[in-house]
Design a protein around this ligand. Sequence first.
Ligand SMILES: [Zn+2]
Length: 223
Amino acid sequence: MKFELDDYRRNITERQLIEDLIIVAKKLNKISMTHDEYNSNGKYGSTTYLRRFGSWFKALEKAGLQKTRNPANISEEDLFKNLEEVWIKLGRQPKYGEVHNPLSKYHVGTYEKRFGNWRKALEKFVSYINGEEDVSSEESIKSLEPQKKSRHNTKRGINERLRFIVMKRDNFKCKSCGRSPATDMNIILHVDHIKAWANGGETVFENLQTLCSKCNIGKSDLE
Ligand SMILES: [Zn+2]
């Protein structure tokens, strides 16, 4: 018989490991857990889970728990982009109690931790949206140096902020058929050039409109 050290972890079954994850999650009253949280409360070490399941996420998944994300690693831009998505889906300013799964990727607590409180998070979001350079009218771009190689003064791509401002002006509804994600979850809104970019239309507030994907597809054939 080959001589080797006993690995006492070897006798722990996958089921025992999973069960302990669930026990600790219940004890902490959480739907997810970090390594640290488990290590300070669990029977085994998180490295045992890594070895057995390949990753911490896979272990959480097997236990029916949610994947953790260290909130400190989420960028402000990601938080704002998510908030924008939620706002568009609701067609209005999100309320405190609405900011959680599945409507919102990040929990309201993440916003509170980052910005102090929910109101401050909303205020920061507003300045993020308003922080864009002035592309709000045809007038404002006339002062820009015309690019010789291009017949456009603006880029074709519509950035997040401008997209949001246009949707807000259009009340988060399709300008063509009037449908909105707030009343029909299947509706996806896009921002579209009224005068097609290919025909010299600029990416400015007044040349943009909100369309649902169906109406947008119908229109893009013409571009
Ligand atoms: Zn439509």
